[in-house]
Design a protein around this ligand. Structure first.
Ligand SMILES: CC(C)(COP(=O)(O)OP(=O)(O)OC[C@H]1O[C@@H](n2cnc3c(N)ncnc32)[C@H](O)[C@@H]1OP(=O)(O)O)[C@@H](O)C(=O)NCCC(=O)NCCS
Length: 181
């Protein structure tokens, strides 16, 4: 079944998490991510630090993700990577950092992993930000501090590594150029 058909069958919809919104039960493979949604997401939103979107069926939270404004910055040690990024931008517009939207958190319920929902979320974020007429502020890249277990997921979704320096860390910085799509 395609994720679109699954959405239809579950009567699923994307809901921006407002302070009075009910959060339906959610359990992913990561306790910290579950706790964030259930206990902290609204506080972060009220503090204007992130915006959370949930995908809700009538009974469950199927997935959620949080977005914040951020930037993609040059790592001095990785001049070659930065040169590659700079080549995406015309000469006179090149800088030491570029506006980006950061996926702060992303999790799919255990019951619904491997059904294309994570991919659909990335596509939704891409679609929104790559359309310049929808942008309220400039944004060229999507970035994420990706958990090790999720690296193949982001690779499949065309994210690239910014540096090799975090190769052995628990998370790695990855980016996606919105103009490439
Ligand atoms: C990582 C996560 C968001 C992926 O969501 P998902 O809905 O299961 O992923 P999808 O079904 O959309 O997968 C898209 C592609 O990535 C691949 N993929 C997903 N997770 C993968 C993994 N852990 N390892 C290898 N490949 C993976 C899928 O096989 C699929 O490949 P395909 O396009 O060739 O079929 C989900 O497993 C999750 O919530 N994990 C726990 C929390 C977490 O780690 N979040 C990431 C925080 S940075």
């Amino acid at each position: 079944m395609s994720p679109e058909e699954l959405f239809k069958n579950l009567n699923a919809r994307i809901v921006r998490l407002d302070s009075d919104a009910e959060i339906k039960p959610f359990e992913s493979d990561d306790n910290d991510l579950d706790n964030f949604l259930l206990n902290d997401a609204k506080d972060y939103q009220n503090s204007l630090l992130s915006v959370t979107y949930t995908i809700q069926s009538d009974s469950d939270t199927i997935a959620y993700y949080c977005l914040s404004n951020d930037r993609l910055s040059q790592y001095m040690e990785e001049k070659s990577v930065w040169n590659k990024i700079n080549r995406l931008i015309s000469n006179k517009k090149r800088r030491k950092s570029y506006p980006a939207v950061k996926i702060g958190r992303l999790a799919v319920s255990k019951k619904f992993t491997d059904k294309g929902i994570g991919k659909m979320i990335i596509e939704t974020i891409k679609e929104f930000y790559k359309n310049s007429y929808l942008q309220y502020a400039g944004c060229r890249f999507i970035i994420v501090d990706a958990y090790r277990n999720a690296l193949p997921f982001y690779e499949k979704n065309k994210f690239k590594y910014l540096t090799d320096n975090d190769k052995n860390d628990s998370t790695r910085i990855m980016y996606l150029d919105l103009k490439a799509y």
